[in-house]
Design a protein around this ligand. Structure first.
Ligand code: LLP
Length: 434
């Protein structure tokens, strides 16, 4: 973990975090543009700059705002969306539809229709009946829709059970041995309304080993051999998903991108060469690894409760509603006292939120510099799946997001107001008449 304690306060992308807390209030999400640029540069140099016919689609679910859409566009990446809402956000921010890929199990009819009508670049078929809906919509809009089929290769990834998606017993994708898969492939090849490009898989998230990618490739290769032999089908595209792990605390051991891409691309190149087939375009879909470490969250300390001989609770003004990950996945975070950044972290503390749930603990038994009410705490690596999973539980407004770049700060999402919180809340007439 980066630890430069010459400064009395914590700086992030050239900005004084304590000043940011004063200026915008807390809880506050920070996003470092320099960090996003750096991660994308690393990924490109390990993948798209190194191998021809390759593409990166940022997984929007990790963090999506209209400003983020513009950043992704400026960086020349594609965008992977999983709902009509994410798609709508991208379109409103002016993202070129042909660079959007639409994933997601159980896409709703209106979502498919919006995707087809707006001309998204890829629809990734995830369910047994989805293709019927796509064809119906394509007929209506007189379009030919480029499609891929999502496979669940049946390998188990070493990650939290809730974020593992590629095993056979999963709601996502088609198991490679399912009859429905072959029916869907047949239909996708035959239909004049679809351009069937190939396959997609995503094994899981926060992965630290390349083996699961390599094992999944073996399974996909078997399918490709079979399809060529039986159907003469040669795929034009293969999407290997995202999932690359990042550093949350010192316990994590994230690998550089080339640790994944070098063996994966070697294996892919070798297979297609051996089979005498042209290598398809290879696509990756990372979310967390591009935005996770670019985000930090600031909170203000309120009450401190010392239970003698047991625990010291440091209570902050946010909690599980702005970061559900500790409660949902037992996720751990690195946290520092940003106001006393130059002091040694010596006090064993448990940082808890203000939500009415005992499980609302954001960091259990962590060392903090001597902390007092009014201090600003900074949680590291909260950029992925923090803001995007925030809720209004306990009727708490969602915090603001501020974009930072080399000492400059600018609001990216305004703090939700109480007015907005209650905007859609109606008192039915039948109640007011009682
Ligand atoms: N592609 C597909 C089809 C996915 O399902 C996902 C993540 C990604 C790409 C991006 O994966 P990443 O590179 O971000 O690991 N909320 C959980 C993570 C859920 C991930 C779901 N799918 C968390 O906070 O850990």
């Amino acid at each position: 973990m980066e630890m430069n304690r010459q400064d009395q306060r914590l700086f992030f992308d050239g900005c004084d975090t304590v000043e940011l807390a004063k200026k915008y209030g807390t809880p506050l999400y920070l996003v470092s543009l320099s960090s996003i640029y750096e991660k994308v540069k690393q990924l490109k140099s390990a993948f798209t700059d190194r191998y021809e016919n390759t593409r990166i689609a940022y997984a929007a679910k990790a963090f999506l705002t209209k400003g983020m859409v513009r950043i992704i566009d400026e960086l020349d990446l594609c965008l992977d969306v999983v709902s009509g809402g994410e798609l709508d956000c991208a379109l409103r921010a002016g993202f070129p539809p042909e660079r959007i890929e639409f994933n997601g199990n159980n896409k709703l009819p209106w979502e498919i229709d919006l995707a087809v009508k707006s001309g998204v670049g890829r629809l990734i078929i995830d369910g047994f009946n989805e293709l019927d809906g796509i064809i119906e919509s394509a007929k209506k809009h007189h379009r030919t829709v480029p499609v891929l089929i999502r496979l669940t290769p049946g390998v188990s990834a070493d990650s939290h059970d809730y974020i593992v998606t590629g095993k056979k017993d999963s709601k996502f994708g088609f198991p490679v041995d399912s009859p429905a898969l072959y029916r869907t492939i047949e239909q996708a090849i035959e239909s004049e309304y679809t351009d069937f490009l190939g396959f997609h898989f995503h094994i899981g998230s926060q992965l630290e080993s390349n083996e699961v990618y390599l094992d999944s490739l073996d399974i996909v290769f078997e399918l490709l051999k079979k399809l060529r032999k039986e159907r003469g089908f040669v795929s034009k595209e293969l999407n290997i998903g995202g999932g690359f792990g990042i550093r949350y605390t010192e316990e994590d051991d994230p690998k550089p991108f080339d640790y994944f891409f070098t063996p994966v691309m070697e294996k892919i190149d070798a297979f297609f060469k051996e089979e005498g087939m042209p290598r398809p375009e290879i696509v990756t879909e990372p979310g967390r690894s591009l935005i996770g470490e670019a985000g930090r969250t600031l909170y203000t300390v309120g009450s401190i409760k010392e239970i003698a001989g047991l625990r010291r609770y440091v209570m902050i003004d946010g909690g599980m509603n702005d970061n559900i990950r500790p409660a949902l996945y037992q996720a751990k975070y690195h946290v520092v006292n940003a106001s006393k950044y130059d002091q040694e972290p010596t006090e064993l503390s448990t940082v808890s939120g203000k939500i009415c749930e005992s499980g609302d603990i954001l960091a259990k038994d962590v060392l903090l510099a001597p902390t007092e009410p009014g201090d600003i705490l900074a949680f590291y690596s909260t950029g992925a799946y923090g803001y995007s999973m925030a809720s209004n539980y306990n009727k708490i407004p969602v915090p603001a997001v501020v974009l930072l770049y080399k000492g400059k700060d600018e609001l990216m999402v305004k703090r939700q107001t109480l007015e907005e919180l209650h905007r859609n809340d109606l008192i039915p007439e039948m109640i007011s008449r009682l």
